[in-house]
Design a protein around this ligand. Structure first.
Ligand code: IMP
Ligand code: MG
Length: 496
């Protein structure tokens, strides 16, 4: 376990001073709590922090302010205060060295997937009554010092005064909507769905649905959250637990068995849930609806025959979009204040280049080349469409779909260099590094891919599959001698 040698003593005072000041500001309670969470995490050298409010029934905790935790983690649902670090309810400061293994943590699997490791939690007490909690999270195993715990208790005391003053206790439950800028900006590591796969599904149709989602690389959680629907005073008397939550699409899914008698009760619960939680997006799905739902999120085409040759999806539409946005952000920063020319070669790059340029925030110009391969064994690359404009003295970014052997790129870069650009860099969506014959430094890489033939999102096999909105692996039986027959027959002969 990592023990810090230097304490953050110097950071406590500025943090407390900031918290006192912000608590007295005109900002909304949510913003104040987000800010307290941020100062607290920073002062303790932790990755995340959240402030939780205990409902008047002293049962459920809901988040009212957070910093550094992904949206996904925050939305995992109300915490049962009696199941999640219950000793805090006894007024104790609780330390969990490893959240992924500790049975006091309610959602171990999610903690693991979200890289939450150590937790320090403390009660917020108002006149001797526990009204909430503050929890601090680290990504690495971490030990908190005595001073850290004292500091956290001071923060909880200040928060108690703040919450008391706002007297919003009833309104707070379920009112939390994370501020986008307060969430982790880089996407959390992709969850292997299997991490979260429960050992048993309540119904075979649920397992089938999970397999479909896995095929499409859509993240899912099984029965992630229970929504209280009815109360007897402060005691919850009825709950509803949707079957699935799809974090990327922010949709809860309830699958239906088609029995009419069960449907009526289910519909009533759903209506009630929509009434009580109008911001929650929930859909009731029959088997036939599944295709429609996926279609409305850009996954439709797999259902059609054009995916016959696809064995497995490697990157979903949203994964591609997320990565493209990240690359565009880096490019925008790196080229700020410069004149950028993006150059691409037809045809594979069209989807990537068109998405990429739309997310680049600086002005740019575009030029397109076309090349073909010829010669007895396809060794010779020829430019069949030249650049439209001059690139002399301009900053050129060569955009590629995929670098395989590197021969094509090597040829094109030599050609571009001969036209004296001020600078020349390369951005490729895919890098099949293991097959490289010509070593070329790449400045921006979307994904490193295995030595498999991939199609979709512009990439083709015999001219087809370019219009798939995702990238998949071609069925191995379509590949002759390890080399697919593409629309560049000569070139492939070369490789045989
Ligand atoms: P290189 O000259 O071997 O680096 O080949 C790069 C070109 O080969 C790309 O621009 C693609 O047109 C094609 N290519 C290589 N691997 C794949 C693949 O897995 N799917 C589709 N096209 C590919
Ligand atoms: Mg290409």
């Amino acid at each position: 376990m990592k023990k810090r040698l230097c304490n953050h003593g110097n950071g406590y005072y500025p943090a407390l001073s900031h918290i006192a000041r912000i608590s007295n500001s005109e900002l909304s309670l949510r913003r104040i709590c987000n800010s307290i969470a941020k100062s607290t995490a920073k002062a303790l050298g932790a990755g995340g922090c959240r402030i939780l409010f205990l409902d008047s029934g002293k049962r459920y905790l809901s988040t009212i302010g957070a910093f550094g935790l992904s949206d996904f983690y925050l939305r995992k649902g109300l915490l049962d205060a009696h199941k999640s670090l219950p000793e805090i309810l006894e007024g104790k400061v609780v330390f969990v060295p490893d959240a992924t293994k500790d049975e006091r943590v309610q959602h171990n699997q999610i903690a693991e997937a979200q890289r939450v490791c150590s937790i320090l939690g403390a009660p917020i007490e108002d006149k001797g009554e526990i009204i909430g909690e503050i929890r601090v999270y680290t990504h690495e195993p971490h030990d908190f010092l005595k001073e850290d715990r004292r500091f956290l208790v001071s923060v909880t005391n200040m928060s108690a005064v703040l919450l008391e003053r706002h007297r919003l206790q009833q309104l707070l439950v379920n009112s939390y909507q994370p501020d986008e800028k307060d969430l982790i900006s880089s996407p959390s590591p992709k969850l292997p769905a299997s991490t979260l796969r429960p050992t048993e599904f309540a119904h075979p149709s649920e397992e089938e649905f999970a397999s479909i989602l896995d095929f499409y690389c859509v993240e899912w959680l099984y029965e992630p959250r229970s929504f209280p629907l009815n109360w007897d005073n402060d005691r919850v008397t009825e709950m509803f637990t949707p079957d699935f939550y799809l974090p990327e699409l922010n949709i809860y899914i309830e699958l239906t068995t088609l029995k009419q008698s069960l449907m009526t009760a289910k519909n009533r619960k759903l209506r009630k849930l929509k009434e009580l939680y109008p911001n929650i997006n929930i859909k009731l799905l029959t088997k036939n609806d599944i295709a429609n739902l996926l279609a409305s999120h850009g996954y439709n085409t797999v259902v059609a025959t054009k995916t016959e040759g696809v064995a497995q999806i490697l990157y979903s539409h949203s994964q591609l979009q997320r990565r493209v946005r990240t690359l565009a952000k880096r490019i925008s920063n790196d080229y700020a204040g410069q004149q950028l020319v993006m150059v691409g070669t037809l045809k594979g790059v069209i989807c990537f280049m068109s998405d990429l340029m739309q997310h680049v925030s600086i002005p740019l110009t575009l030029d397109i080349m076309a090349i073909s391969y010829y010669g007895g064994n396809g060794q010779v690359v020829k430019i069949t469409k030249d650049l439209d404009g001059s690139i002399a003295g301009r900053h050129v970014l060569m955009v590629e779909d995929i670098i395989d052997t590197g021969m094509t790129l090597n040829y094109v870069l030599n050609y571009l260099r001969a036209h004296n650009p001020a600078s020349l860099r390369v951005c490729t969506l895919f890098d099949k590094r293991t097959r490289r014959l010509v070593d070329i430094p790449l400045d921006y890489v979307g994904f490193e891919v295995p030595d498999k033939f991939i199609v979709g999102y512009g990439l083709d096999y015999k001219g087809e599959y370019r219009n798939l909105p995702f990238v998949g692996v071609l069925r191995p039986e379509l590949i002759r001698n390890g080399i697919p027959v593409t629309d560049m027959p000569d070139r492939n002969k070369r490789q045989e």
